[in-house]
Design a protein around this ligand. Structure first.
Ligand code: 6PG
Length: 471
């Protein structure tokens, strides 16, 4: 009983989190099914650091100080339940189990109840930042058992990324709030990645720009208000050569994308909550579209795909593109943050959006300069339901609408699909529209199904006999 903190899972995330914990002066133990991983973890520690890797659940549990602090870093789904099951015989009342993976939030609610009955404190904590984040400072999104979190706060604050000296970890809310916020983080991640790929596609296939030019553009963008981790890695990716062929590696990578579910869950849950997030939906759909490679090859032959005629497109497109990116980016965050706001009410999470935007400023995949603007907006107006309603942010997005529309026109002309950009414009234009054509939909519903409608001039529910005056 001498180690401060343990993880189950010594894969990329588990071993790097533990090494990060050890760097901050805590002793760290890890459990894995693989003896190689347990040994590799132990040998990766620096001299003087106290770490322990094992494949034996009992030894692992015995090694930890009580009440124990154990983080699960295993793939979402059944592996989480199996890990809990293998630990339970060795746990005692008061121990804390943290799920640090991308678990589906209803699973977290279930596990919370199951473990509560056994006297074990359980909380879900989304962790973002990938391998190097885990090693040198991730963003962490805990929710659920607040007392348990408070006990471990010193360790989490020590290992988290820091922005202006403030750690990128904060208790976010009740129940599965932590996993929920991480899920939407990933939905936003999907949409921003798709948006960047649309810019890349329009420049490369649509306008015939060289890879070097496009690389330079992203590197420049990363210096100003568009600065973000995803833009920065895009600039890095676009200059990485394959040592064997001398080609850019990106040009040798297949064009169908895999996914593990978090983006899809964001969209599915948004539908349940009636939270409009069309840009994120479009990003999920485009990953799905990418999977249909054979059909796309066939359709490209039959249906006359991309046109690369670069005539009549002046240099203005480059500054328009920058504004279009900013416009869509803010709209994407607006959708995700609004979804969290709606979910917080529906599930009684009691999430404070200022905290969310504060801990997303560093360490996570969607960290970006604009997060500080969002944090300020929520600090000005904590009950803000949508960041577009913040005058400063709303007006600056509005001022870029025209350029975003100009880019879409070029893309349509070149047959380059820019779904996220288009969805972002449609989101903005419908959000800023006091009147939508849904009156007609209500009339149609009433026509064919007698579903009734409300009127603008009177209270109540109405039905019209639409066909009565037909001959
Ligand atoms: C992060 C990432 C991380 C993981 C994604 C990838 O925040 O560090 O989001 O959690 O890379 O889950 O998701 P897909 O495999 O679905 O693209």
């Amino acid at each position: 009983n001498e180690y401060d903190f343990g993880t189950v899972g010594l894969g990329v995330m588990g071993s790097n989190i533990l090494l990060n914990v050890a760097d901050h002066g805590f002793s760290a133990a890890g459990l894995d099914l693989s003896p190689e991983k347990a040994a590799a973890f132990q040998s990766a520690a620096k001299d003087g650091q106290k770490v322990f890797g094992t494949i034996n659940a009992e030894d692992f549990a015995k090694s930890l100080k009580t009440p124990r602090a154990i983080m699960l870093l295993v793939p979402a789904g059944i592996p989480v339940d199996s890990a809990i099951k293998s630990l339970l015989p060795y746990l005692e009342k008061g121990d804390i189990v943290i799920d640090g993976g991308n678990s589906y939030f209803p699973d977290t609610n279930r596990r919370f109840q199951e473990l509560k009955e056994q006297g074990i404190h359980f909380f879900g904590m989304g962790i973002s930042g990938g391998e190097s984040g885990a090693r040198f400072g991730p963003s962490m999104m805990p929710g659920g058992d607040k007392q348990a979190y408070e006990r471990l706060r010193p360790i989490f604050e020590a290992i988290a990324a820091k922005v202006n000296g403030e750690p990128c970890v904060a208790y976010l809310g009740n129940g599965s709030a932590g996993n929920y916020v991480k899920m939407v983080h990933n939905g936003i991640e999907y949409a921003i990645m798709q948006l960047i790929s649309e810019v890349y596609d329009l420049l490369k296939r649509g306008l015939g720009h060289s890879d070097a030019n496009i690389q330079q553009l992203f590197a420049d963008w990363n210096k100003g208000e568009l600065q973000s981790f995803l833009i920065q890695i895009t600039a890095d990716i676009l200059q990485k050569e394959d040592p064997e062929s001398g080609k850019l590696i990106v040009n040798t990578i297949s064009d169908w994308a895999r996914s593990k579910g978090t983006g899809k869950w964001t969209s599915q849950n948004a539908m349940d909550l009636q939270a409009p997030i069309p840009s994120i939906d479009a990003a999920v759909s485009m990953r799905n579209m990418s999977a249909h490679k054979e059909e796309r090859i066939e359709a490209a032959k039959l249906l006359n795909g991309v046109s690369t005629n670069t005539e009549n497109v002046g240099d203005a497109i480059l500054s328009q593109l920058k504004d279009a990116y900013y416009f869509a980016m803010i709209n994407i965050y607006a959708q995700g943050l609004a979804q969290i706001t709606i979910a917080s009410k529906e599930y009684q999470y009691n999430i404070h959006l200022e905290e969310v935007t504060k801990i997303w400023r560093g360490g996570c995949i969607i960290r970006a300069a604009c997060l500080e603007d969002f944090r300020e907006a929520y600090s000005r107006t904590p009950e803000l339901v949508n960041i577009l309603l913040d005058e400063k942010i709303g007006r600056s997005v509005e001022s870029k609408h025209q350029d975003a529309a100009a880019v879409v026109k070029v893309a349509l002309d070149k047959h380059i699909p820019v779904s996220v950009l288009m969805s972002s414009i449609a989101y903005f234009d419908s959000y800023r529209s006091a009147i939508l054509p849904t009156n007609l939909i209500q009339a149609q519903r009433d026509y064919f199904g007698a579903h009734q409608y409300e009127r603008t001039d009177r209270e109540g529910l109405f039905h019209t006999i639409w066909e009565a005056d037909k001959p």
